[in-house]
Design a protein around this ligand. Sequence first.
Ligand code: AMP
Length: 402
Amino acid sequence: MSTAAAGAVLVLNAGSSSLKYQLLHPDTQEVLADGIAERIGDEGSSITHEQDGEEITESLPLPDHHAAIERAMRFFADHGTDLRTAGLRAVGHRVVHGGRTFYRPTLISVEVIAEISRISTLAPLHNPANLIGIEAARSLLPDVPSVAVFDTAFFHSLPDAAATYAIDRGVASLHAIRRYGFHGTSHEYVSEQVAAFLDRPVGDLNQIVLHLGNGASASAIAGGRPIDTSMGMTPLEGLVMGTRSGDLDPGIVMHLNRVAKLGVDQIDTLLNKQSGLRGLCGEYDFRAITEKIAAGDDGARKAYDVYIHRLRRYIGAYMIELGRVDAITFTAGVGENAAGVRADALADLQNYGIIIDDERNALRGKHARRISADESTIEVLVVPTNEELAIARQSAEVVAEL
Ligand code: AMP
């Protein structure tokens, strides 16, 4: 039996064919292990587990999430950690859509599972996978409390004007159509880290947070509360993403149906998986796009221009909505690593008090840092997100109240 894991939280992020996990201490932030199972239920499935400085990748059939968690548990056992008896504080699950019901981290019960399942119509690509992860963890670790942390929760209090689509009110109400927002765990965590970095209360700050990963979203946060965000009823709205289109004229959907004769599932796949940067230039990984641009690839350059154009449009809108902006922060894979994106997103805005310091922007690092010049009136920061830590902390808080 291991004591190192006593009090730790196992964070699970179950996607439709993947399962990411991390075992960490919410108080000390110490990460004991992490891993990812990929291509679950498909040919060529594999799992990578990292613990005690050792990383193992194994190719094996993983018919379902249950099998993936079981394999992970054996990896843990090989390192002397029996998850069933280690004294884990909680299993924290990332759940994408909380609908109107869930806006706090929630202890999982049979009733909660039923409600998450009912909400699944709002997030058919995500919630069912999250639920499979929840069921698998509950059956394999029945004595550890499970907590759901919702991606939509932070945006629960969006003002009505920002949350409402201009469609028939009756239809919207009947079908729960409103703007929910996603990546909330990240936006909340990063906005708090910004306040800590600036040594100011989060309640005093007006912020724009740009979460630029494979999925991407922007938020405007006034005094710690979001007043707008770019993702909507689903994570498809807003910025140009790796494989998602972001904002579109809804008339395009009708056109694709009537004229291109695509069915709803084909349109869903087109807009969620074959659009965004991938649709524009065939690549969705920003590193590959940057290399292609450097090699003179015109398609990659045009895709990049569309990406930056959309990003600047949101930044501009949020500056007006907030009125006064104290900090603009970049986070997630692209935001933390792609200095060129940061520079282009905020280029030529000195009239608005935004001046990037090129040397600071070029420095790489894993810590929160300032990339604006001293004379910039708006602070521009890079702050690494850590959704696992945020989920672990929120899960621990729920369990502490039991
Ligand atoms: P995330 O979804 O936050 O894991 O971000 C994933 C994306 O970050 C990848 O698709 C890459 O395009 C991007 N990314 C990661 N590292 C770098 C890097 N060093 N430079 C540019 N983009 C990067």
